[in-house]
Design a protein around this ligand. Sequence first.
Ligand code: HSE
Length: 307
Amino acid sequence: MKEIKIFSPATVANVSCGFDVLGFCLNSVGDEMIVRKTQDKGIKITKIEGYDLPYDTNLNVAGVSAQALYDHANPDCGFEIEINKKIKPGSGIGSSSASAAGSVFAINELLGKPYNKTELTAFAMKGEAVASKSEHADNIAPALFGGFTLVKSLEPLEILQIPTPDALHAVIVHPKIEIKTSEARAILPKEIPLKDAITQWSNVGSLIHALHTKNYDLICKSLNDVVAEPYRSKLIPYFEKTKNAALEAGALGSGISGSGPSIFTLCKGVVSARKIETVIRSIYNKSDLEFDTYISKINYRGIKIID
Ligand code: HSE
């Protein structure tokens, strides 16, 4: 195989209570990438469509992660990468992770899959670090593994795949303002009170249990964040209104997607998802803000080969 085309999906990190450890994969929005083997050695980015991003391999997240894998594998060929960027950078649904994970997934396929998904996550984190100025894997892991993932530890890197109840759907609203992950991290306190830590780890534990046991009521009770949301929600126009309206319309829970500005809502079934999407759209329609909404089942597969 000389060339591969892939779909690299958007993802939701944190999932309210799981700051930096929990994430899930979407299937209705994602980037497309073409990666091909070349005789010339090295990594080159030859085409970028959709958004204005750097072609310099050392500055582009897809380039940095590809280079990390390439340096480790030391193959006797090179690779060129084309990116059709459909996820807006800074949207909070794992735009940089989709690029970072996509390039290493594709190169690994072209090399005959020498690396497993945990190893690919480690390479992709190098790219993610360029974009967010911190190493976290809660978007990259669900992009590569699919479904819900929990980053058990970074050193050594250990990713757990968490089962996803079948009827679970996500509704995403993306108000088109940009929030840089690095800035959204900088406003968080460095320490949290023990009382809040207890609430948070109780919610993470119960959410994982609820996903395993398909307990939608418990999912609902667990989707609370007392660590990041109180600080970050102020950056997102209509956050409280959107969250409250989604809950009133029957959502299981709603919170900031990653570092924002996108807001995710989880609900049971597509009928509920459509109702919630309508309610959310009516809030943003009354504003001057441009926005997008998406409804997505949880994507069990993660990045996939297309065409
Ligand atoms: N866990 C990261 C954060 C995700 O919230 O800063 C960034 O998308």
